[in-house]
Design a protein around this ligand. Structure first.
Ligand code: ADP
Ligand code: ZN
Length: 602
């Protein structure tokens, strides 16, 4: 035994207290127990194995699925003065041999390894000669077929329980539903009562969903008005869209890089590297981007189309605000998105029962999009967390939309779809409802239908919103393989017969946030300290660049903001800042204090 967990937390990491279940998990692992830790992104999972690794004799072996993730963690640990290294396929054999030697010599406190490497007979034999303090299995949901990112190598990790039964195993993940969690504990020999969970809530993320009307323009307004100069991720539907969005934003003066699987590995790595190392870049990407991106200061995530399901949405938006500072998630979606996902599910080779689940998942997501009250409540309920109070930090809480009895409107629309033969798109059906007499309508004789011209109480735009909500509720189906023709869906009959009520929200598209929010939510800094903050940020960038590391491993934004507010003048004062441990104090205090002292009196 070396230091106590509290001591390590303060001296090495510079934090005052453990959060949530951290203390309990660490205590359990230090006592030799195995556990599964479920904690949302940014909750502080890493410390739960890093602290025991520094308190216990021997080395902690951390299994991680991605090289980028390992590299980030090791870089950050080295900054804290921790002896850590990674072993993966990106290393030169000579480097790998050197790292293995350091491992055998007991010179490392933590070693990060890819599962393939860990499972190789050679490496297992090597470990048997070492003193292993604990195994940490990061992104443990990869072990389960039920999880959303199953990796076959991960499923073989059950060997750890068989061969190293006496060594504690700590599995960590942010996303595991019931069956996934059960699978993980089963495979790793963890007692079911040793599942530690912190809630799913990410209170610092503000959720916002809007219909997509002028996609790019909406995005541009969002970034310009609310997140200028900040780092963000824009998820796009396709590779082509990612490229176009990046080029367009850049032309509009917002520096933006593309990322998708169609790019060469080098180009991808280069863009990812810039995103991590430079301040305030935007990444326009397909969903290929993100797994293993540990950048803590992503201030917004925008979806330019529907994500695949709630799990994907939670995970992708979860990449915002890992540092706990305010961040925003914006989703823009349209009727075509819904149709496309439905079509995709229908066209897949999956067994019926799997397809049914996928449809249900889509319905849950659409319910979230169309809800008129607190979104966070719906999101958390999906993951099994019931909440009574509204959150006060989502679009619906901040500006509640109006809801109306849309039964009559729904009946008119559905009936018009039926009478026009269930083959026309929303635009045409709306034309008929509005009583247009276009050539097409005359040609088909639809001017003589009983539904012609019965929709004058709503504008075209309102009808579009109604149509979208009907599609979202499965009352209407859209055929995108054809020409977007619509037909009646399950439940439409009941509505037409007047057996079912339909409540709809009024057109949800709202203009940019109210002007009165002058200070941006994501920049919680007193105006008089902004100059100092920028000077500290510049020094951080310089120090990071000189070492070839991302700025946030020098200090997180939270530490920098505290520095600008507190203005420490001495080393002792500097050491009080959250996020300043011994190593960073030695390495950086004087430079930052220098900037603070040089500040002209205001
Ligand atoms: P996760 O792996 O759960 O996504 P991290 O371990 O990366 O989260 O931690 C997220 C952020 O919270 C990091 O910036 C980390 O330094 C910080 N953090 C974790 N635990 C504490 C704590 N007890 N006090 C202060 N900051 C903490
Ligand atoms: Zn809310």
């Amino acid at each position: 035994m070396r230091a106590s967990p509290e001591q390590v937390l303060a001296d090495v990491f510079g934090y005052a207290a453990f959060r949530g279940p951290q203390a309990d998990v660490i205590g359990h692992v230090m006592a030799g127990g195995s556990a599964l830790l479920l904690m949302p992104t940014g909750g502080g999972k890493s410390l739960c194995y890093q602290v025991p690794a520094l308190c216990l004799d021997g080395v902690a072996v951390v299994v991680s699925p991605l090289i980028a993730l390992m590299r980030d963690q090791v870089t950050a640990l080295l900054q804290f003065g921790v002896k850590a290294a990674a072993l993966n396929s990106s290393l030169h054999p000579a480097e790998a041999a050197e790292t293995e030697q350091a491992l055998v010599d007991g010179k490392l406190d933590l070693i990060y390894v890819a599962p393939e490497r860990l499972l190789s007979e050679g490496f297992l034999a090597l470990l048997e000669r070492c003193r292993v303090a604990l195994f940490a299995i990061d992104e443990a949901h990869c072990m389960s077929q039920w999880g959303h990112d199953f990796r076959p190598e991960y499923a073989k990790l059950s060997i750890l329980a068989e061969r190293f039964g006496a060594v504690p195993r700590l599995a960590l993940t942010a996303t595991a539903d019931g069956p996934t969690a059960k699978d993980i504990v089963g495979q790793l020999g963890i007692a079911p009562e040793h599942v530690f969970a912190a809630g799913f809530d990410r209170p610092n993320i503000r959720y916002r969903v809007s219909p997509r009307s002028a996609g790019r323009r909406q995005l541009l307004d969002f970034i310009r008005n609310e997140h200028p100069g900040q780092a963000g991720i824009v998820y796009c539907q396709s590779r082509k869209k990612a490229e176009e969005t990046a080029a367009w934003l850049t032309a509009e003066g917002i520096e933006c890089l593309p990322y998708h699987a169609g790019m060469g590995a080098d180009a991808r790595a280069a863009n990812q590297d810039r995103f991590l190392k430079e301040d305030g870049l935007v990444m326009a990407a397909t969903i290929a981007f993100g797994m293993g991106i540990d950048k803590p200061d992503v201030r917004f995530v925008a979806h330019m189309c529907l994500p695949k399901n709630m799990e994907a949405y939670y995970q992708e938006t979860g990449r915002a605000g890992r540092d706990g500072m305010p961040a925003e998630a914006l989703m823009l979606y349209s009727m075509q998105d819904i149709a496309m996902i439905r079509q995709f599910i229908e066209g897949s080779e999956a067994p019926d029962n799997q397809r049914r689940i996928e449809h249900q998942k889509l319905d849950a997501l659409l319910g979230y999009c169309e809800i008129a009250d607190c979104r966070r409540r719906v999101l958390l309920a999906y993951f099994g967390e019931q909440r009574r109070e509204a959150c006060g930090n989502c679009d619906n809480c901040l500006a509640p939309p109006r809801v109306f009895d849309g039964t009559e409107a729904a009946r008119k629309f559905l009936s018009c779809v039926y009478r026009t033969g269930q083959r026309f798109g929303a635009g045409y059906v709306i034309d008929v409802l509005l009583g247009e007499e276009s050539d097409r309508i005359l040609k088909f004789g639809h001017d003589r239908l009983s539904t012609h011209g019965i929709g004058g109480e709503f504008s075209r735009r309102q009808w579009q919103s109604i149509a979208r909500q009907l599609v979202a509720r499965n009352l209407l189906m859209v055929d995108i393989a054809g020409h977007g023709g619509m037909r009646l869906g399950a439940g439409a009959r009941a509505v037409l017969k007047g057996e079912e009520e339909v409540r709809l929200r009024e057109d949800t598209e709202r203009k940019a946030a109210p002007k009165k929010r002058r200070r941006r939510a994501s920049q919680p800094l007193a105006p008089e300290n902004e100059g100092l903050f920028e000077a500290l940020r510049a020094l951080r960038a310089e120090l990071a660049q000189a070492q070839g590391v991302p700025p946030y491993v020098v200090f997180h934004d939270a530490t920098l903001l505290a520095m600008a507010e507190v203005k420490p003048q001495t080393r002792d004062e500097f050491a009080e800042l959250s996020g300043v441990g011994q190593a960073k104090l030695e390495r950086y205090a004087d430079r930052f204090i220098g900037v603070i002292r040089d500040l002209p009196e205001s």
